[in-house]
Design a protein around this ligand. Structure first.
Ligand code: 26Q
Length: 822
C-alpha cells in the first residue's frame, strides 16, 4: 500500500509529538472542543478534533513569526488576490510539520484511519483555476522561504460550484464548504473595518484657499470582518496568515431601531450586506461586468489596505515610510481599485499631498498580469464606477491627468497611442481600464512566463511599456513540490529518497541526480511500478464513481483544466474521433492501448465550453460501448475536477495534454505538476511549455503545431480553415461524423454550429494544428512501445523539473520586485 511510505518523512519539528501524546490530545479535543466522546464520535468529529490538535500547536510558531517580524522591523509582503484555491489543508499542514506519521499512528490507536477522515475535509475552492491555485502555492512557498506575508482575499461562503454531469451536460450546484464549520480559521471580530459605497464627495478648502481636502460621504456602509487561517511552511519554519474578509451589516440592532419595527426591512439590509461575500464569480476568462463583482473588488481592497495601514501606523507612526515596510502585490487587476483607494486613504484620511501619495503608491504596489485575452481584460463603465465609488473616480481622473502629462513631455507618442495609454477608454461607452490603472500605479508589472512577458510588451502594454520601459519583467510561474510531489505522490517520493537521499525534500533541484538512473533498468522498473500503483488508484476511483473499468497498463492520456476554446479540448476530442476511425478501419495495426481522460469546469454562461463537455461525454459513450476498439481506446470525463482530484490524477498520468493555441496560455501550471510526477508532455510552444522544453530537453517532450508568430501570420493573411480541413481526409471525416450526429443520434444537429465555427473562422487554429497534433500522437505511440525509452524520458522529466518550484519563483519576486531578503 503506497500510503505507508509517507511514514519515513521528516521527524516532527514540534515537541511532544509522539503518537501517545497526540492520541490523548485528540481525545481531549474531541471531548472539550467538539463535545463528544469516542464512542459516539462521527468521522467528521475525529477530523475536527485532529485538526484542532495540530492547529493549537501551530499557534506558538505563528505568534513567534509575527513577533519576530515586528521586533526586527522586517518588511512585509501583502498578497492581494480575489482567489485562493487552497484545496484541503490537513495533509499539507501535518506533512509540513512532520506530524503525518505520528498522527496516523495516534488515530490508528483510536481505531480511526487518517486517510478516511482526510477524505472528508472539504476542498477550500475559493478560486477558479490557475490564478487561484498559484496564489495558494505562493502562500506555502512564502512561508517556506521565510518571508513575512499576509494573503488577503474574500471568505466566500460558496466557492467554486460543484459540477455534476447529467446526461452528459454540466450542471452547477452550490458547494457549501463551511457546512461543518471550518476548524482551521480564527474569527477576528475585533479586526473589522467599515466599507462604504455610493454617496457623494464634499470638498473643503482650508488655509489660503490652497489646500483642498475631500471627504467621501458614502450612502451605504457595511463591515468587513477578518477570518485568519495559518499557513505553514515546509518543516514548519514560519507560519504566515491568510486573512479572508467576510461581510456583515454594521449593526443589526441599530438597523433594527432605524427601521422602527420594520424587522423584514432590517433583515433585508443585513442579508444584502452578507450577500456581498457570498459567492465566487465562476468565470475565469471573461469579465462578469456585474456591479456585485466591483463591490467585491473594492470591499476586499479597502479592508486589506485599512488593515495594512493600521498595522504600519501602530508600529511606525507615519504613513510616509509605508513603501519601505510593505510590498503590496496585486494578483491580476482584480484588486486594482486598491491603487486609487490607497491614494484616497493617504490624501483624504492621512493628509498626504497628491505627489507624495502617488510616489508612495507606486513604490508600494506591484502587479502580475495573467492573461492577454482581450475579453478577459477588466474594464468598468464610468457611470457605474462613479455611482459606486465617486471619490475614486475623481482620483482616477487625477492620476490620468498626471500620466498624460508625462506622455506629452516624452514627446514620442501619437494621438492614437495617447488614447491607448489613457485610463479611460473613450470609444463607445466610457470605461475605466483596470489593466492600465494597475500598470501606472505599480513600480513592477510582471508576466508569468518568458513568452507571455514578451507578448505583454508587444501587445496589450506596448504603449505603456514604451512610456515606462523598466517596469515590465518576467516571473515564470512555479508549483509547490510539497503538495505536488511529496504529498500527492508518496510512492515516487519514497523511491527518490531511497535512490538519491533526502536532500531533494528541502531543495527540489536535487532531483537532478535521478538523471543518472534513467539508464538503469532496475530503477526504471521500480519507477514504472510506482506509476502503475498511481494508475491503479485512479482506476479504482473511476470504477467507483463512474462504473467504468479501466486497464492500468494502457497509456493514461490526461487533459484536466478549465474548459476553454483556447485550451483546445476540442482538438483533443476530434483527434480521439479520428483515432477511433483509424482503429476501426485498420484493426490489424499494433495500436497502443489508451485511456483519454478529460476533466474541467465550464463557466456557467460559456455556451461553447458547455457544449464541448457534452461532446466529450457523447463521444466517450460511443467509444466505450464499441466492442471493436475494446482494450484499445477508452474515454473518460471525470466530473467535478478540483484540487483533490488533481492530486490523484497528476501522479497517474503518462501523457499530459498542454495543447493551447500558441500565444494564448499565459503560463499554465498543470503542465508543471504532470511533468514533476513523471508524465511526458504533448504540447504547443505556448506559455511555460517553452521553458519546460528547455529544462527537460527536446527529446523528452512532444512539441507540435504553429508557433505564436505563425498563428499571428495566419490570422493576418486570410487563414482559410475550410481549405485546410478539405486537405486532411482524417480531419474531414472526424468533423463530419461529429457534425452529422454520429455521436448525438438523439439530436443530430447538436454540434453543427460548433463544427461550423471551425469551417468559418477557426479562431483557435484547431484545423491548422490538427495534422501536426495527430502526427505527434503517433510519435507518442512509437515511444510508448519502447517502454525502456518511455520511462527513461519520464525519469528525465522528474529529474529536471526542479526549477519550476514556486520556491524559485518566490525568491525571484522577493529579490527583484519586493526587495525583501531571502
Ligand atoms: C474577471 C472579472 C470579473 C470576473 C472574473 C474575472 C476573472 C477571474 C479569474 C478573470 C480571470 C480569472 C482567472 C484567470 C487565470 O486563472 N489565469 C491563469 O493564470 C495562471 C497563473 O498565472 C496561468 O498559468 C494561466 O495560463 C492563466 O490562464
Amino acid at each position: 500500500m503506497t500510503r505507508a511510505m509517507t511514514s519515513e518523512l521528516p521527524q516532527p519539528i514540534l515537541e511532544n509529538s509522539d503518537p501517545e501524546t497526540l492520541s490523548s490530545e485528540i481525545l481531549k479535543a474531541l471531548k472539550y472542543r467538539v463535545g463528544k466522546d469516542a464512542t459516539v464520535a462521527t468521522p467528521h468529529d475525529w477530523l475536527t478534533a485532529s485538526i484542532k490538535v495540530v492547529r493549537d500547536r501551530i499557534i506558538d510558531h505563528w505568534v513567534e513569526s509575527t513577533k519576530e517580524t515586528y521586533d526586527l522591523k522586517e518588511k512585509r509582503v501583502y498578497y492581494l488576490s480575489l482567489e485562493f484555491l487552497i484545496g484541503r489543508l490537513m495533509r499539507d499542514a501535518f506533512s509540513n510539520l512532520g506530524l503525518l506519521d505520528s498522527m496516523r499512528q495516534a488515530l490508528e490507536s483510536l481505531g480511526v484511519e487518517l486517510d478516511v477522515i482526510a477524505g472528508l475535509e472539504p476542498d477550500a475552492a475559493l478560486g477558479n483555476g490557475g490564478l487561484g491555485r498559484l496564489a495558494a502555492c505562493f502562500m506555502e512557498s512564502m512561508a517556506t522561504v521565510d518571508i513575512p506575508t499576509h494573503g488577503y482575499g474574500i471568505r466566500y461562503a460558496n466557492g467554486m460550484f460543484r459540477q455534476e454531469i447529467s446526461d452528459g451536460w454540466q450542471v452547477e450546484l452550490p458547494e457549501n464548504w463551511l457546512d461543518h464549520g471550518n476548524p482551521w480559521e480564527f474569527e477576528r471580530r475585533e479586526r473589522s473595518f467599515e466599507v462604504g459605497f455610493g454617496g457623494h464627495v464634499e470638498s473643503m478648502t482650508s488655509g489660503q484657499g490652497q489646500l483642498e481636502r475631500h471627504v467621501w460621504k458614502p450612502l451605504e456602509r457595511i463591515l468587513a470582518v477578518a477570518y485568519d487561517t495559518p499557513v505553514v511552511g515546509w518543516r514548519g519554519k514560519r507560519v504566515n496568515t491568510l486573512r479572508l474578509w467576510s461581510s456583515m451589516a454594521i449593526d443589526p440592532i441599530l438597523l433594527d431601531a432605524f427601521n422602527a419595527g420594520d424587522h423584514i426591512g432590517a433583515l433585508r439590509e443585513s442579508n444584502k450586506a452578507e450577500s456581498l461575500a457570498r459567492v465566487l464569480y465562476p468565470a475565469d476568462s471573461h469579465q462578469a461586468g456585474q456591479e456585485l463583482r466591483l463591490r467585491q473588488e473594492y470591499f476586499f481592497s479597502t479592508a486589506s489596505l485599512q488593515d495594512i495601514l493600521q498595522r504600519h501606523l501602530s508600529q511606525f507612526g507615519t504613513v510616509e515610510t509605508l513603501a519601505d515596510q510593505a510590498a503590496i502585490h496585486l494578483n491580476d487587476t482584480h484588486p486594482a481599485v486598491a491603487v486609487p483607494e490607497l491614494m484616497r486613504l493617504l490624501m483624504d484620511v492621512h493628509g498626504v499631498d497628491f505627489d507624495q501619495a502617488w510616489d508612495i503608491t507606486k513604490k508600494t504596489f506591484a502587479y502580475t498580469n495573467h492573461t492577454l485575452l482581450p475579453e478577459a481584460l477588466e474594464s468598468w463603465p464610468v457611470p457605474l464606477f462613479e455611482r459606486l465609488l465617486p471619490r475614486h473616480m475623481q482620483i482616477i481622473y487625477a492620476i490620468n491627468a498626471q500620466v498624460l502629462q508625462e506622455v506629452r513631455l516624452a514627446k514620442k507618442f501619437t494621438d492614437e497611442q495617447v488614447r491607448r495609454i489613457s485610463l479611460i477608454q473613450e470609444d463607445g461607452d466610457r470605461r475605466v481600464r483596470m489593466g492600465n490603472l494597475a500598470f501606472v500605479g505599480s513600480h513592477s508589472i510582471n508576466g508569468v512566463s518568458a513568452l507571455h512577458t514578451e507578448l505583454m510588451k508587444e501587445t496589450i502594454f506596448a504603449d505603456l511599456h514604451k512610456l515606462y520601459p523598466d517596469r515590465i519583467n518576467n516571473k515564470t510561474n512555479g508549483i509547490t513540490p510539497r503538495r505536488w510531489l511529496i504529498q500527492c505522490n508518496p510512492g515516487l517520493t519514497r523511491l527518490a529518497r531511497e535512490t538519491i537521499g533526502d536532500k531533494f525534500l528541502d531543495d527540489v533541484n536535487e532531483l537532478k541526480h535521478l538523471d543518472d538512473f534513467a539508464g538503469d533498468a532496475s530503477f526504471r522498473e521500480r519507477f514504472a511500478a510506482v506509476k502503475r500503483g498511481n494508475k491503479e488508484r485512479l482506476s479504482n476511483l473511476v470504477a467507483a464513481r463512474l462504473g467504468i473499468k479501466l486497464d492500468p497498463s494502457a497509456m493514461f492520456d490526461i487533459q484536466i483544466k478549465r474548459i476553454h476554446e483556447y485550451k483546445r479540448q476540442l482538438l483533443n476530442i476530434v483527434e480521439a474521433v479520428a483515432l477511433y476511425d483509424q482503429i476501426r478501419s485498420h484493426p490489424e495495426r499494433d495500436w497502443v492501448p489508451r485511456v483519454k481522460f478529460f476533466g474541467g469546469k465550464a463557466a456557467p454562461s460559456y455556451h461553447n465550453a458547455k457544449l464541448i463537455i457534452k461532446l466529450a461525454n457523447d463521444v466517450a459513450k460511443v467509444i466505450n460501448r464499441d466492442p471493436s476498439v475494446r482494450g484499445l481506446l477508452k474515454m473518460v470525463f471525470i466530473p467535478n475536477y478540483n484540487v483533490s482530484l488533481a492530486e490523484i490524477m497528476m501522479p497517474a498520468a503518462d501523457l499530459s495534454e498542454q495543447i493551447s493555441t500558441a500565444g494564448m496560455e499565459a503560463s499554465g501550471t498543470g503542465n508543471m505538476k504532470f511533468a514533476l510526477n513523471g508524465a511526458l508532455t504533448i504540447g504547443t510552444l505556448d506559455g511555460a511549455n517553452v521553458e519546460m522544453k528547455e529544462c527537460v530537453g527536446d527529446d523528452n517532450i512532444f512539441i507540435f503545431g504553429l508557433k505564436t508568430e505563425e498563428v499571428a501570420e495566419r490570422r493576418n493573411n486570410g487563414y482559410d480553415p475550410k481549405a485546410v480541413i478539405d486537405a486532411s481526409p482524417e480531419l474531414s471525416q472526424a468533423l463530419s461524423a461529429i457534425a452529422t450526429g454520429v455521436f448525438s443520434p438523439d439530436d443530430p444537429t447538436r454540434y453543427a454550429e460548433l463544427i461550423d465555427g471551425l469551417y468559418q473562422h477557426d479562431w483557435f487554429m484547431v484545423a491548422a494544428d490538427f495534422d501536426s497534433y495527430a502526427a505527434a500522437q503517433r510519435d507518442v505511440d512509437k515511444v510508448w512501445q519502447d517502454s525502456a525509452d518511455w520511462y527513461a524520458k519520464a525519469i528525465h522529466n522528474v529529474a529536471r523539473m526542479g526549477w519550476f518550484s514556486s520556491d524559485r519563483t518566490i525568491r525571484q519576486y522577493a529579490k527583484e520586485i519586493w526587495n525583501v531578503p531571502v
